[in-house]
Write a protein that binds this ligand. Structure first.
Ligand code: PMP
Length: 395
């Protein structure tokens, strides 16, 4: 197949996997291109105009990200993405506490349904003496403030609960969990990778101390993300992630990736401007898709919370329609059996497992996630594919 054939094939894909990644918004792409060519300066070069201009662009992006989260620009630290941001939270807090308060025990509260980039770093700390409580999800796929409240101990230093679950789609009651953490003077970290740009987030109102996200889930390029670290009321004390030239307020050294950071800033600006319309559009399309699927497969169930969901996210179980039966018949429909990170996990999805789902149900569970570029026509095309699969099986 020639390159042109391949790109035609790609264009024909019905892409329903926006929780895995999104296409870069053409407006974002236009904005970042000059930073690969004429505007190539290093923001740390402060002796000439190319450097000043790069620094201005990075600071503009920082302002744009801060606005989207209700944060102060100084509280935004650019990283390579949510995995790095999440790792930083745990290693940074652990090394700070070990050095500054070596006598104190450390207890962390989190959930096994969190993304692997939260679970694995915490398990690593657990192996190194940190006490951890893994709280359960409700049958709706949420972590309740009551569960957190029961787990809190005098030694609890951090609660880490994601804003929206990437596999199940349920939103967690972040504001309530934040209020609880504030009341007990515990840091609250949320991995908001699946919700930034889709639901309103205000780190002050929600009492969030640390927040991670990745740009590529919101139409920015892959390889750029941020960690919000609160500076006031209280100032969060964690160690730097990388030591070196002192970039990113001395916390994350290394030359800033200007084009990607500019892309993250522009995507954040657009996400804020279009938040209400994006949210309404994704919710409406997911509703149409779910209703259509329910008509084709009356026995299908929606996993997680029926309304407190990430806009555009559907996790469905269709009894009798296993992956083995359905996947070969999807044609150009790109969906996911769990999340991109667990669809190649031989043990299946940790989140579906945490929901108490058995292997049989997991094998007929599908995640369809809608994005800004999805059209009503594409929803109908997906339904047509499912209709054919249903008819095919009854012959
Ligand atoms: N957290 C969540 C909830 C995610 O969905 C993902 C990506 N699947 C990540 C963290 C990691 O993001 P990245 O791979 O961009 O670092």
């Amino acid at each position: 197949m020639s390159d042109t054939d391949l790109s035609a094939k790609k264009a024909a894909t019905l892409y329903f996997d926006h929780s895995a990644t999104t296409p870069v918004d053409p407006r974002v792409l236009t904005k970042i291109i000059p930073f690969f060519s004429e505007s190539f300066g290093n923001p740390s070069s402060q002796n000439h105009a190319l450097g000043w201009s790069a620094r201005n662009s990075v600071e503009e992006a920082r302002n744009q990200v801060a606005k989207l989260l209700g944060a102060q620009p100084l509280e935004i630290n650019f990283t390579s993405g949510a995995t790095e941001s999440n790792n930083w939270v745990f290693s940074g807090l652990f090394s700070y506490l070990k050095r500054e308060r070596p006598q104190e025990k450390i207890h962390i509260i989190s959930a096994l349904a969190e993304h692997a980039s939260v679970v694995e770093p915490i398990k690593y700390l657990e192996e190194n003496g940190v006490m951890v409580t893994w709280v359960k999800m409700s049958p709706m796929g949420q972590v309740t403030p009551e569960e957190i409240s029961r787990a809190i101990r005098p030694e609890t230093k951090l609660v880490s609960i994601m804003s929206g679950n990437n596999e199940i789609g349920s939103l967690n009651p972040i504001k309530e969990i934040g209020a609880l953490c504030k009341q007990h003077s515990i840091y609250f970290h949320t991995d908001a990778t699946q919700t930034v740009g889709k639901i309103p987030i205000d780190v002050v109102d929600m009492n969030i101390h640390l927040l991670s996200f990745s740009g590529h889930k919101m139409c920015a390029p892959k390889g750029a993300g941020a960690l919000y670290i609160r500076r006031r009321d209280p100032k969060v004390l964690i160690d730097p992630y990388m030591r070196g030239g002192g970039q990113e307020h001395g916390l994350r050294s290394g030359t800033v990736n200007v084009p990607l950071v500019v892309g993250l800033g522009e995507a954040s600006r657009l996400a804020l401007e279009e938040l209400n319309s994006t949210r309404a559009q994704l919710t409406e399309m997911a509703y149409t898709l779910w209703n259509g699927i329910k008509q084709i497969f009356p026995e299908a169930t929606l996993n997680g919370h029926p309304t407190e969901r990430i806009p555009g996210h559907l996790s469905l179980t269709i009894p009798g329609f296993s992956h083995a039966k359905v996947l070969p018949k999807l044609g150009g429909l790109a969906l996911s059996t769990a999340s991109a990170c667990s669809s190649d996990n031989p043990h299946g999805s940790p989140a579906l497992h945490a929901l108490g789902m058995d292997t049989k149900a997991m094998e007929s569970t599908y995640r369809l996630t809608i994005g800004k570029t999805t059209t009503p026509q594409q929803i109908q095309e997906v339904l047509e594919i499912f209709r054919k699969i249903q008819k095919g099986s009854s012959h």
